[in-house]
Design a binder for this molecule. Structure first.
Ligand code: ASP
Length: 309
């Protein structure tokens, strides 16, 4: 089967509130999203695999300090970085994921190495680091992962906690990056990467590396990458719930995603959104908050990017 490719990406639902967004910052975000789409598009245009396209897109997002993953990862409450990532191949449901890792430039590459080099799916700690070294992945020091903006968010969050004035401003608290793709051979893939939540406890793991919660792909239904309050996304098992609604209840991608984002998550006060593609190339990008950095590109068409409604 040959069909047109589709790629969708997100840079997280932790967008700056409209009133804080400057025209310069907005333009920089759109430009970064377009660069990421082109990195994935290049793979798909050359008849590359969806798995390679989501790897290229997510690693490019990880290299952008604007988004909460890789270089721009948020700080734990101890002032450290602990990153989570996952990747899943819709052809066979093979998956790889890592949680709480530090120092690896592109956590999505490590998730993929777990998938390709081990019999396991989710790895942490020294075992994950050994795979990173064996796979020859790039490491970076603390300076690489330091961004003033994320540091200021940590200080502000800790201060607000101490004062008892903590709110849930998504731009200060969280963010994530992700990609979903359908290639010309009809295969789906998904990948997600995150620094997690600002001021999270050391050792906290979110939904992004949990297969079925923040990341999922199956050629028979859809590929999904989520962003938002990780605890709520895990309780709703968001990505797999969309797959299950399509598979068991015959719902469309749009119907299933809408139900999960607007109704299921709301019941657990889960703010955020997701991107998803079905096996026919339909794309949805619903969110239940102020915005979500996002974009998509279809075979032969121009890239599209958006932040707010
Ligand atoms: N879902 C991520 C986490 O809980 C954060 C986010 O997407 O905003 O770690």
């Amino acid at each position: 089967m040959t069909q047109g490719f589709v790629l969708a990406i997100h840079g997280g639902a932790g967008v700056l509130p409209r009133h804080d967004m400057t025209p310069e910052r907005e333009a920089a975000c759109h430009a970064a999203l377009a660069r990421v789409l082109r990195a994935g598009e290049e793979v798909l245009k050359a008849n590359g695999a969806a798995l390679d396209a989501v790897t290229a897109a997510v690693s490019t997002l990880e290299n952008e300090p604007l988004f909460n993953a890789g270089r721009g990862a948020v700080f734990t409450r101890e002032g450290t970085h602990e990153m989570d990532a996952a990747i899943m191949d819709g052809r066979n449901r093979r998956a790889g994921a890592v949680a709480g890792i530090s120092g690896v430039r592109n956590p999505v590459h490590l998730a993929r190495a777990v998938m390709e080099r081990t019999d396991h799916i989710l790895m942490i700690g020294e075992g994950a680091m050994t795979i990173a070294r064996d796979a020859g992945l790039a490491f970076e020091d603390d300076d690489y992962f330091f961004t003033q903006e994320r540091w200021d968010s940590l200080q502000q969050t800790l201060h607000m906690e101490a004062e008892g004035t903590l709110d849930d401003d998504p731009s200060r608290r969280h963010g994530t990056v992700g990609a979903v793709a359908l290639d010309r051979a009809g295969n789906l893939a998904a990948a997600t990467s995150t620094g997690g939540m600002t001021a999270k406890r050391v050792g906290r793991v979110g939904d992004s590396p949990i297969i079925g919660a923040g990341t999922f792909a199956d050629n028979a239904t859809c590929a999904v990458s989520a962003t938002g309050d990780g605890e709520a996304f895990m309780r709703c098992v968001v990505a797999h719930e969309i797959d299950a609604r399509m598979r068991h209840a015959g719902q469309s991608l749009a119907g299933a995603a809408e139900q999960v984002v607007r109704a299921d998550l709301a019941a657990y006060e889960g703010s955020g959104g997701l991107i998803a593609i079905d096996c026919d190339g339909h794309v949805v990008m619903p969110f239940n908050c102020e915005g979500m950095y996002r974009g998509s590109v279809r075979d032969g068409e121009a890239v599209q990017t958006a932040i707010y409604d």
